[in-house]
Each structure stands twice: as structure tokens, then as C-alpha cells.
Design a protein around this ligand. Sequence first.
Ligand SMILES: *Cc1c(COP(=O)(O)O)cnc(C)c1O
Length: 205
Amino acid sequence: PDRIVCGNGSEELIGILMRCYLGENEQLLLTQNHFVMCSIYGAGQGAKVVLAPEKEFTVDVDALLERITPETRVISVANPNNPTGTYVPATDIARLVAEVPKNVLLILDGAYAEYVDRDDFDDGLHWGDSTSNVVITRTFSKIYGLAGLRIGWAYGPAPIIEVMNRLRTPFNANGSALAAAAAAITDQAHVAMSREHTARWQERI
Ligand SMILES: *Cc1c(COP(=O)(O)O)cnc(C)c1O
């Protein structure tokens, strides 16, 4: 429990992390086609938003690493990404985790992690156990289909989760959404059905 915090959608948790760890004139590093709420929250903090170019509409780990400066405080990567729909293989994420300085927060946004069924993909949750600076965000809005209820969660090192708990409002995740999420997570048949349905229609599109 001390490594997890729920929120009014994972988007709220990303916002809380930006409020906790990003200050005026500090640097938020994102990929070119990032999840847009990240740069909105970053700008709201008065931070400088730095964008790393992508290759083939895919996050370029080297381009991100090259842009880290002493002012960099937060890096956020959605894997798979929205709006591009591409993903970074586990080995590249491992390199990113290894090379990002330990005083920089790395957010791995796994909003679409459940959809990926490839051998070289890893949802990255284990980084929340084995590092001091990586937080993973997840949501019930996508494969679970509960976007309107607003419920997501963040998983990571206890000291970071503790800081998030200090800054979040005490009533951020509502009771109906928490009850629905607790029920939904037991329904993995729905998750499998939704994953297969999406894969089938992805090909067609
Ligand atoms: C949808 C989405 C979110 C936020 O979803 P919530 O409904 O706030 O949980 C975060 N990141 C990405 C990449 C998304 O597509």
C-alpha cells in the first residue's frame, strides 16, 4: 500500500507528480509527440518544456538522453504512446532507466500497457520496485472502459508515493470509481476480449 496511490484518472497523478517535482525554470523533458497533458502541467508549473525528436513516430531514447541537463527534473514517457500508438521495447526502456540521473523523476505512463502482446514489451511495473526515481502510472480508462468514472493509479518508490500523498487532495478518488475498479480488475476475461478485439480492428484500420 505504501507504493501505490489512486487518483481521479491517471492524468491527475501525472499532474500531482509535476506539482511535486517540477519548479519554475526547471526542465521537463518529453518526446515530440507526448501525451499532451504533460506539457500543459509542465507549462503550468512555469517549467521549460524540452521536446526530443522521434524516429518513425517512436520515442527515441538516445534523443531523450542527449537532452538531459542539470536543470532536468522530470521525464515522462508513455509506452505505448498516445497519440502515435507506437511502443519502445523493454531493452530501450531499461537503458533509459539506467542512464537517467537518480535525481530526475522518470514517469512511465502505461495507459495502454494491457493492449501490448509482444515478447519485447514489458509494462515496466517492476521498475517501481527496483529504482528510487521511476513511477509508473496506470488507468482504468482504456482497456477497462471506465474513462468516465475517473480512476487511475501510480506505483513506485515509497518516498515518492508519500510525497504524492502529501500534495493530493484527501478525497481525490471517489468511492464509486474505487468500487468499480476493484470489481473490474477481477474481470480479466473482459481485458482479454478487449485486447483481442482491438488487435483485430487495428489490422483492419
Ligand atoms: C488517456 C491517457 C491518460 C490519462 O487517462 P486517465 O483517464 O486520466 O487515467 C494518460 N496517458 C495517456 C498516454 C493516455 O492516453
